[in-house]
Every structure is written in C-alpha cells, then in structure tokens.
Write a protein that binds this ligand. Sequence first.
Ligand SMILES: [Zn+2]
Length: 314
Amino acid sequence: MENQLIPLGDDLYYFDLFELGKPWHTSAYLYNGKKKILIETGASPSHQNIVQALRELSLSLTDLDYVILTHIHLDHAGGAGLLAKKAPQAIFLCHPRAKRHLVDPSRLEQSARLVYGDTMNTMFGEILPIAADRILAQEDGTTLQLGDRTLHFIDSPGHAKHHICIFDPDKRAVFSGDALGIRYLSKSTQWGFDAIFPSTSPTDFDPQGVRYTIAKIASLKPQIILHTHFGPSDANEALESTLRESMLLATLADETFAINPTQDGFQEALIQFYRQRIQDLGHDPQVDISKLGIDLMLNSQGLLYYEKKKHALV
Ligand SMILES: [Zn+2]
C-alpha cells in the first residue's frame, strides 16, 4: 500500500480511507502526540487503511488511546466495532445520542438497509457492537485534556442529531464530520475546481439545526475546518457556503415537494440545482454532476424525507 499520511502540522495527520475503494472521498485524522487519537474510522472495509496509517508512524492498533466518532453514519463509524475489537484499550468518544447505537448497532443497520438496500453489506462490511464501558459520550461543551491536546466537544445538529464537532483551540481547527459541508475535491470530481456543498442525507437534515451549528462554530473563530469528506478547508469558506447552500436547498425542497414529491423529482431538481449553483459560483455548469456519486441519491432522499417530516407524512 502506498504512503498515505498527509501532515497538517503539530503531530496531526490525515489520510484516505478509500471508501468503496475510491480515493479522495473519505478521510480520517490522527493525532500522534502523547496520546494517539483517531478521528473517524470509516466502515469496516477501511480497516487496513487505518492499520497502514499507524504503521507509517511506527504505531500499531494497540497504541491507539482514543477514537472519536463525529456521528454514526456508516461511512464515518461503521468500522468502529471492528476497530474496538482489534484495539482493545482504545476508548471511544461520541455524541450522547450515538452511544446506544454503537453498543447495539441493530437499529442503525436496519435504517441503513432502508437507504442502501441489499448492497449495504458489500458496501460497508460488518458492523460490530462496542462494549458500553468503552464509550464515553460527550455532552455539548465538554472539554477533555487528552495528553498534550485540549479538545472541545460541540453538539452540532443539521446533518444528524447524533453529530458532534470537535474544536482544537491550539490549532484553531474544527473536525466537522459532515456538519459543515462536504468538500468535493477536483481530484475526485475532475471538475477543475473544489466545491463545498452540504450533505442532506437521510434522515435528520434540518436547516435550523445547520444555522444553529454554524453560529456556534463561527463564535469559536476557527481558521480551518477539517471535513471527513475530504480534508481541510478555509473556515470562512466552509461556514459561509454550508449555511448559504443549506438554506437554498431547504427552499428547493419546499418548491420541489409542491410540484413533484417523488424520489425522481427530487433527484432531477437537485441535478439542476448543482448546475445552477456551479454557474452562479463562476464555473462551467456543464460539468459531470454524476461525479457526486452516491451523494446525489442520498441528498435527494434526505431532502424528500425532510419535506415528508415537515408535512407529518413520516
Ligand atoms: Zn459522511
């Protein structure tokens, strides 16, 4: 396996989890300070990428002290149980609402099956439980001193109700999971420019939650946002575009629901939306939108679900 750790300074690195075998889509972060802290595990098929990243720092799984999960969607935490088994001393940190699903992943598995269907097992592999006494849920506003690192945990709804962001005040960096948009790298889309769009995947998209989260994070005055998809962004750019595009998407969802409240209707509307926004942002709108891959399906499903919830249909 090729070298994959990318340094961010101060013993912090990130690396590619090669979700679904594809590069530049899903990353994880690793602190190699007095405590070894991994942020995000990806799904079980990414396990070897974690082993390899540790190896590049002459570490092994048994050196891991903490594993932080921003939220429990499978592309972020599906492999947490497998990692727990192989890294027996690691303590897992997550949102209070996430803990019971890590202890008993059956409901998580069920709802993921509704989204992904029977391809779920080949996509995300096995989802193993984690013993409750190895999981420390972090309430909003908690600060932990982990070795030479201070980390603040922030409840961050909008993408998922079980989402935390983590602020490192020394680096002025926020590990944002999917709460502050997805950074689509040109390396992945071949569009010729990077773009930040929100993830509205089912079932918790909530524009008011996005607004609340962004105000709270902005008040910390971060300099960089560390997305799970993919890598670092300038903080102002990520905060502004996520807020702006989320509000536009909420309006788009309202309009589309009134005209064509179907999965196809939403997917078509979303394709037009991306083209329009790419043009508004000064780029060629004739890019290949299908490069957004599965996110196109997930975001349209999530927007339709948001409307159904709003109309008390689910
Ligand atoms: Zn994600």
